[in-house]
Design a protein around this ligand. Sequence first.
Ligand code: AMP
Length: 114
Amino acid sequence: MADNIFAKIVRKEIPAKIVYEDERVLAFCDINAKAPVHILVVPKKDIARISEAGAADEPLLGHLLTVAAGIARQEGIDATGYRLVINKGAHAGESVARLHVHLLGGRQMNWPPG
Ligand code: AMP
């Protein structure tokens, strides 16, 4: 069983500001927000990163994205827009080994990302 910080949040062993939960995912505010809205959507299934997801996980991966879009509507940033990000590995700056989708919005985003 994974013992990283997000595994502990999913198991409710440590607190987080939860904004959405269902049987497959948990979404909570990033502790070091990089935008006015910065929410992490995490599968309850223990998948370390996107490269370790398999074909059987495709419905779950789709659910992560549609949940993120729903939270964006809930947070009032659908009209202005938002960015969904998955960091994988060192070059992307992955820092927690539990798959998560970042939902970022509430300000103008730059492109390309840094
Ligand atoms: P990544 O760099 O893609 O692995 O993203 C990890 C994210 O988790 C970072 O944006 C951190 O600010 C965030 N984070 C780390 N610890 C916590 C925590 N206890 N609660 C909420 N977010 C966290």
